[in-house]
Design a protein. Structure first.
Length: 108
């Protein structure tokens, strides 16, 4: 019996504080306002533990990779007139070496 009274009182309290029961007015004519006009509704434990806040991990940005420049070898050959020939086939040139353009590969 006590359980029935408790349930009835709880249902009555919910209907009393429900704004849905007053939304359409008398027999559903007019008096239509949108929103919650009842007391604040607390779902869950209002005295539970506080939310956990954390510091986001730091963001590390690495510098871009260094640019590497590859210098092409010069396309020169060194020629000696006396004795006639090119370096390194001729190890020494008494009159000095002459810098000449090397032959380009044959194009197709």
């Amino acid at each position: 019996m006590k359980g029935h009274i408790t349930i009835l009182l709880a249902a009555g309290a919910m209907m009393l504080f429900s704004s849905g029961s007053f939304a359409q007015g008398y027999y559903g004519h007019g008096y239509d306002h949108h929103g919650w006009d009842g007391p604040p509704l607390i779902i869950g434990d209002p005295w539970g533990p506080p939310p956990v806040y954390y510091v986001p991990p730091p963001i590390y940005l690495s510098p871009p990779p260094a640019q590497i420049y590859i210098e092409k070898a010069p396309q020169y050959a060194y020629y000696c007139r006396n004795p006639a020939g090119y370096y390194p086939q001729i190890p020494r040139c008494p009159n000095g070496w002459m810098k000449v353009a090397a032959d380009a590969p044959a194009s197709r």
